[in-house]
Design a protein around this ligand. Structure first.
Ligand code: PLP
Length: 421
């Protein structure tokens, strides 16, 4: 459920007509709903009210400071995967004791920054990273709590580009190497082994792979405890999928049941890193139809948003529902159309042969489920501006990232002396 609905024939974000925002900020733009962000965070976190649990929002899904603050106000922590994301989380006021740092390629510089900030946990993904972190923390005179990310070798049954839990993926330590790496970690200075981490991928709708992965973590924790390790934390990562299409289901409650069944009796502080589940359906991308081109074999709606603004369709063959901002009349003539952007690549296609009501130039359309992995993945390809992000709360809206025009982009460029004069 979200808070983007038709009222009196017009699409609203909460109590604000999207057309009014378009008049103010221009198109295209991202629009997020505070009520939806809050609702999703609460559904997730309340499912674990009876557990010692920390919910760390995955900043990579949507790193806007205002979004992070909205969630932080409800008690959310942050899962970050770069120094930049860590800086964002800190700027949003997320307490350091709720920040987890994940990722396969953290540099010594990034690790040092995190250790100095005394964040809750660093999830280590390789033996060399373990050594680097130990050296960095020791030289700073600190002891950093860590979890070690285990690759459970399960098939998450999601798009290959976002599956992370198979042994051939680059993530984590192979599960049968866990005893070895934990023994190594225990012997190193500057680190305190606190837990085990797992994250098997993203947009996972089938709960079975979660169950398999979490059960494997339970086995590993039991074995590590026998080896004398003090394992008090279990980080279960993110990955719960969302309904991009009407027939898809995702239930935080069912997910919680799987978690509780597979971790019962482990006596661990649970950590979660949901991203998409919280932000995905809390955002839309609003775009304007530039032209409707009727062809021999198909009709095209050419819109002013492009793959640089929302890359998911061209990168992951992702589906986004596309709906007109003005509600179509009952009995409107629905026909298949290709919805495409203006970029000079065939990949700049949002939808093929999508049944749509009649559209014409200047009509506004909304791409649903664009709140996660939307704005954060945008680029300036084709010298296009970075588009604005708008946050709605009730009947108020605020621009939370302004449009970054090409003049500002060019201002960062320099012409070498030999090209001058
Ligand atoms: C991407 C990622 C997440 C968030 O994934 P979602 O599918 O958005 O929930 C959580 N943890 C790690 C380590 C990740 O890489």
């Amino acid at each position: 459920m979200d808070h983007f609905d038709y009222q009196n024939g017009e699409l609203f974000a909460e109590e604000v007509p999207l057309a009014r925002i378009a008049e103010t900020v221009g198109t295209p733009f991202y629009c997020y709903s505070t009520a939806t962000l809050e609702r999703h965070y609460k559904i997730f976190s309340e499912a674990f009210d009876d557990k010692e649990a920390t919910v760390c929002f995955a900043v990579k899904a949507n790193g806007n400071i205002a979004v992070l603050k909205t969630l932080g106000n409800l008690g959310a922590g942050a899962d970050v995967v770069s120094m930049g994301e860590l800086k964002r989380a800190l700027a949003a006021g997320i307490p350091t004791d709720k920040i987890v740092f994940s990722g396969v390629g953290k540099t010594a510089e990034e690790l040092a920054f995190a250790v100095e900030k005394e964040i809750f946990q660093i999830n280590v993904e390789s033996a060399p990273e373990l050594e680097t972190l130990s050296a960095v923390a020791s030289s700073l005179g600190k002891e950093q709590a860590i979890a070690i990310r285990i690759n459970p070798d399960v098939d998450a049954k999601t798009h290959t580009k976002i599956a992370t839990g198979k042994s051939e993926n680059k993530f984590g330590i192979e599960w049968d190497k866990a005893p070895e790496i934990f023994a190594k970690a225990a012997a190193l200075p500057g680190i305190k082994v606190a837990g085990v981490a797992v994250h098997i991928g993203s947009q996972i709708l089938d709960l079975k792979p979660f169950g398999e992965a979490f059960a494997r973590m339970g086995d590993i924790i039991a074995a590590l405890r026998v080896d004398g390790h003090d394992i008090s934390r279990l980080d279960l990562g993110g990955g719960l999928g969302i309904p991009y299409e009407a027939d898809q289901l995702s239930s935080p409650e069912d997910y919680a049941t799987v978690v509780k069944e597979t971790t019962a009796g482990l006596d661990c502080h649970l950590i979660f890193e949901p991203g998409r589940m919280i932000a995905g359906n809390a955002g839309v991308l609003v775009s304007k139809v530039v032209y409707v081109k009727e062809g021999e074999t198909r009709d095209f709606a050419i819109v002013d948003a492009a793959m640089n603004d929302l890359v998911r369709p061209s990168m992951y063959e992702a589906h986004h529902d596309i709906i007109p901002v003005k509600q179509p009349a009952g009995g409107a003539n629905i026909r298949p159309m290709d919805v495409v952007g203006p970029i000079c690549e065939t990949g700049d296609t949002f939808a093929k042969q999508r049944p749509l009501p009649p559209l014409e130039s200047d009509d506004l359309v909304a791409f649903r489920s664009a709140g996660a992995y939307g704005a954060v993945m945008s680029s300036t390809y084709n010298a296009r501006p970075l588009i604005p992000e708008v946050l709605v709360k009730g009947n108020a809206f605020s621009i939370i990232r302004k449009r970054v025009e090409v003049e500002e982009q060019m201002a960062n460029e320099r012409v070498p002396d030999w090209l001058k004069g």
